[in-house]
Design a binder for this molecule. Structure first.
Ligand SMILES: NC(=O)c1ccc[n+]([C@@H]2O[C@H](COP(=O)([O-])OP(=O)(O)OC[C@H]3O[C@@H](n4cnc5c(N)ncnc54)[C@H](OP(=O)(O)O)[C@@H]3O)[C@@H](O)[C@H]2O)c1
Length: 336
């Protein structure tokens, strides 16, 4: 079978298509024909060699496809089922109690990923996909979609009438916009591009702010909320955006610390977090149970992920280049 791997020391020119042997599932495993994946910043960091992995690691965390074969003890899946991978196969349910964030069992990082024609995994590495979704659409759930769901629903306990602020128009942010609207929230979204903001408005965003032309965007958020601030922030920037997110959140509000788009450390207004009694929650994706609950909600909704562009798996380096250009709106996907 074909697989896309990363050679040492990493870098987009070290991505190579290779041949690997197919394997047979053990009693509690399933074999899945992977049809699609989607790109995340984490995959890019691995591919660039910034998160070192073993040589010839098969790339990509997100995978969606069709069950080809099941082990004799498997009851959760049957041949022909459409499935989507989980980011932390070892985290089945409940709050995070083990250091899953070391990515030791995350596909495309600590273990081989989904950029292969077939994968054989334990049943904990997959859930059923939403009914009727294309594989590219399902592949957006594993990382970006589930992260937005956990931030707003699992941790945020969002209520109809809440106001959320989400930063930029990438995969996590647009999933948050869609989940926010599904749950009856008012959504404020930022972007560097007025064109992307018009598209976000068409998806239901209530307030749009260009963070390039309005560098003090927290003031615009406060103005849009009558000085009160928002109930939830989907904080994707990190050090260069967090202080404005703290300014933009209401007293007692909730900030989901998710992204590292502007780096990994910085000067943070700790006194403001205290004074505003903000709930600042760091999070990394979610459990298999969270994913199943998200998919149950998706099955009861009309939501479909926003896919900007789809590349062939063997054009993965080109797809990462496109991701780095920042011109995308929503998700970038891969198919065989
Ligand atoms: N903790 C977790 O579990 C988890 C899960 C998924 C992703 N993440 C992280 O979340 C971040 C976003 O991931 P993604 O997959 O959604 O990325 P993505 O699809 O590549 O989105 C990137 C978008 O973010 C926006 N952006 C960039 N710099 C910004 C800034 N300074 N202020 C506001 N927006 C900015 C841009 O939107 P515009 O073009 O509209 O300006 C850009 O297109 C990444 O850091 C990623 O590592 C974390």
């Amino acid at each position: 079978m074909k697989a896309v791997v990363l050679k040492k020391p990493g870098g987009l020119d070290q991505i190579a298509l290779c041949e690997r042997d197919e394997t047979v599932p053990g009693p509690t495993e399933i074999k899945v024909a992977i049809k699609a994946s989607s790109l995340n910043y984490h995959d890019l960091l691995v591919a660039q060699g910034h998160m070192p992995t073993e040589t010839d690691r098969i790339l990509m965390s997100d995978g969606a496809g069709i069950v080809e074969q099941v082990g004799e003890e498997v009851t959760e899946f049957a041949v022909g089922d459409a499935v989507v991978s989980t980011f932390f196969p070892q985290w089945l349910n409940g709050p995070a109690t083990t250091p899953v964030g070391n990515f030791a069992q995350t596909p495309g990082d600590g273990v081989d990923g989904m950029a292969a024609e077939y994968v054989v995994r334990s049943t904990s590495a997959f859930t059923h996909a939403p009914k009727g979704w294309r594989h590219e659409e399902s592949a957006t759930i594993t990382t970006a979609g589930l992260t937005a769901w956990r931030a707003l629903v699992v941790d945020g306990k969002i209520k109809a009438g809440d106001t959320i602020l989400t930063l930029g128009t990438g995969g996590v942010s647009l999933a948050a916009l869609q989940i926010g609207k599904l749950m009856g929230a008012k959504v404020i979204i930022t972007s560097s591009s007025d064109d992307k903001l018009s598209k976000a408005k068409a998806l239901g965003a209530d307030v749009t702010i260009n963070y390039r032309t309005t560098p003090n965007w927290a003031e615009a958020v406060l103005a849009a909320t009558h000085g009160k601030g928002v109930d939830h922030v989907i904080e994707l920037g990190g050090p260069n955006t967090l202080n404005q997110s703290i300014e933009a959140v209401r007293v007692g509000g909730h900030i989901s610390l998710i992204g590292v788009l502007t780096g990994f450390q910085g000067d943070i207004a700790t006194a403001s977090i205290m004074a505003k009694q903000v709930r600042l929650q760091g999070l990394i994706v979610g459990s298999k149970q969270d994913q199943m609950e998200y998919i149950k909600a998706l099955n009861a909704s009309d939501i479909r992920p926003i896919i900007d562009k789809t590349f062939a798996f063997d054009a993965l380096a080109e797809a990462f280049d496109y991701q780095q250009s920042g011109s995308h709106f929503g998700k970038i996907c891969l198919t065989w």
